[in-house]
Ligand binder design. Structure first.
Ligand code: ZN
Length: 158
């Protein structure tokens, strides 16, 4: 290959390189790489009441696993938060319900796949303004304790 040709190939290679080290033209990830989802609901002193209300309303309407309530930042999370762990079939109802009802809260919805860091930093979607995530604190392995057993007893239709 000519020098110009090899330089061009290098530029194209860099341009196609994704955050996860793969190339844009490599085969796409299959949908079954996703095992389950989390929604992290972030709050601060001004929005703590909204977070409590949202948690209660989710519990009344969705069969999910509500995580512990953290009033201080923990792990990769830079703000107080609680987690909603849920199974794949709930995504098309819980996600739009959170869109409509998040109020002033920021929510990170992420899949659980083969790499927790990518799940939070690359594969995620935000409802509301993004909150800083300490990506360097996240493992590049899958979630080892993917606890999805619901701990809510919903009685209301979303
Ligand atoms: Zn999570």
């Amino acid at each position: 290959m000519s020098t110009l040709g090899s330089l061009k190939a290098q530029v194209v290679d860099t341009a196609f390189r994704l955050a996860d080290g793969r190339r844009m033209d490599s085969p796409p990830h299959p949908i079954d790489a996703i095992a389950s989802y989390h929604a992290h609901v972030y709050f601060d002193p001004a929005t703590r009441d909204q977070a409590e209300t949202l948690r209660q309303r989710v519990a009344e309407r969705f069969s999910v696993r509500l995580g512990r309530w953290f009033d201080t930042a923990i792990g990769p999370h830079s703000r107080p938060m609680f987690q909603i762990a849920f199974r794949k079939p709930l995504f098309p109802t819980l996600t739009p319900w959170l869109m409509l009802n998040r109020g002033d809260l920021s929510i990170l919805v992420h899949p659980n796949s083969w790499n927790q860091r990518l799940d939070h930093m690359q594969h995620a979607l935000w409802l509301g303004p993004p909150v800083h995530i300490y990506g360097e604190r996240l493992s590049e392995a899958p979630l080892d304790d993917d606890e999805q057993d619901p701990n809510t007893a919903p009685g209301l239709t979303p």
